[in-house]
Design a protein around this ligand. Structure first.
Ligand code: ATP
Ligand code: MG
Length: 422
């Protein structure tokens, strides 16, 4: 006997009992994005590996150890996208979308990272990402934060906090970088292998380390805020003022970094304590230098990505939503009524009521077993097609939960009118 083949580690199926959460979440998030005038963009799952190396940076967890990379038959190195910013920048440049126009874009798609699977950390996971090109002011950063807050409100997610920080401009960071290297060099004995490797290539990334042994060292490290230019400070200040005026609560976390070289000015994370260690549900910031680094004209840019898998987990773990029945009406049929008649009648109903969610019982079964299935489906009503109904061209409708309603006979027109109100 052959053995069953199972799915890959760190990859998950979304079964029908949970898929409604994904659908509802996507619907709510998309409607907020539409409300703010953002447009969807789609790009391929596979890209040239070089794109991610140059856009994300060589010295990052993602590029160093998390990419699904392989060679094509012709020997070209390609990778499955681990995130969406690199592809979006490539796509807007390749399609001439930001030549003279600003763009407010979003995507919702699976990403792939070869990470150690654990709660909140999968090898395939979905991100809703937003990337905005052509606006350098703090107004658009504020809009992004208010838009994400609106999403949490609409999704019913409460226990979530916003942390923000600024990384200043590249020049501010260069000065800070030197001080940071000197500080970590002084404590080189405490650094782990990853941190040592990053010390001279990307020391900011050490601040983002998840290693508990480095926590105290990181807590005492010099802070970027002491190395910011006046202009950088002002940019951040203005963002804080807008958020204050709009009543959006935030904490300034001076240690918050997005370790990549292209980040400038404002960075942020939305964090919940309801998910354990992997509590960041949304992260982003300004990346004013990336478009130029990818061969475009200097273009201000800002964005974020939220982890849809973590949001779904949060909603399911804490029972934030009630499932609505997938079936409103269950069609039950007598054995005497031929298939052709049943199918034709149900098609007639569907043509009149395109929004109605109706399940038709397939095959022959006793009334008792069909009613059991109808109950299990969560339907409000059963339509019964018996011999009598077939001969007289009428439909019996039985309420499955409402005793007062009982069972009534309708003509086709009456049935349609009644079901229309569901
Ligand atoms: P972390 O610090 O948790 O590794 P990251 O900095 O690698 O996160 P980003 O690249 O900024 O994460 O991705 C944005 C969001 O996407 C994260 O905040 C998280 O919600 C989600 N995310 C990232 N990696 C995974 C993963 N492997 N599984 C599930 N969700 C993920
Ligand atoms: Mg990561």
């Amino acid at each position: 006997m052959s053995s069953k083949i199972t799915r890959l580690r760190g990859m998950y199926d979304v079964t029908p009992d949970q898929v409604w959460v994904w659908q509802k979440l996507e619907h709510i998030v998309t409607s907020v994005l539409n409300q703010y005038g953002y447009q969807e963009i789609r790009f391929p799952i596979l890209e040239k590996t070089a794109l991610f190396h140059s856009a994300i940076g060589e010295v990052t967890d993602v590029v160093e150890k998390e990419m699904f990379t392989f060679e094509t038959r012709k020997g070209e190195s390609i990778s499955m996208r681990p995130e969406g910013t690199a592809s979006t920048v490539r796509a807007v440049l390749q399609n001439g979308l930001i030549f003279n126009d600003p763009q407010k874009l979003w995507y919702n798609c699976p990403m792939f990272r070869y990470e150690k699977p654990q709660k909140g950390r999968n090898r395939q996971f979905s991100q809703v990402g937003v990337e905005v090109f052509g606006f350098d002011g703090p107004d658009v950063d504020a809009e992004l934060l208010l838009m994400t807050k609106k999403m949490w409100d609409r999704l019913g997610i409460k226990n979530v906090r916003l942390e923000i920080n600024t990384l200043g401009t590249a020049e501010c960071r260069a000065a800070y970088r030197d001080v940071l290297i000197a500080y970590f060099e002084k404590h080189a004995d405490i650094l782990d292998a990853d941190a040592k490797k990053r010390l001279h290539t990307n020391p900011l990334r050490i601040l983002d380390s998840k290693n508990p042994a480095l926590r105290a060292l990181i807590a005492d490290a010099p802070m970027i805020k002491d190395y910011l230019s006046d202009a950088s400070q002002q940019h951040f200040q203005q963002l804080c003022e807008i958020l204050d005026d709009c009543g959006l609560v935030y904490e300034i976390n001076p240690k918050l970094v997005r370790g990549l070289d292209y980040y400038t000015h404002n960075v942020f994370e939305w964090i919940t304590d309801d998910l354990g260690a992997q509590g960041t549900i949304c992260a982003g910031g300004r990346y004013d230098r990336l478009v130029e680094m990818q061969g475009g004209k200097p273009t201000a840019a800002t964005g974020f990505a939220m982890g849809v898998d973590r949001l779904v987990e949060l909603i399911l773990d804490h029972d934030l939503w009630q499932n609505e029945p997938q079936t409103q009406v269950f069609l039950i049929r007598d054995k005497q009524v031929p298939d052709a008649k049943v199918i034709a009648m149900s098609e007639q109903i569907r043509n009149e009521l395109p929004e109605l969610k109706m399940t038709v019982n397939m095959g022959q079964a006793s009334f008792k077993s069909q009613f059991k299935k109808a109950d299990k489906s969560g339907a409000q009503f059963a339509i019964i097609i018996g011999e009598e109904e077939m001969n007289q061209g009428v439909f019996s409708l039985k309420a499955l939960h409402d005793r007062d309603f009982g069972q009534k006979q309708f003509t086709f027109a009456e049935l349609v009118e009644f079901l229309h109100q569901l």
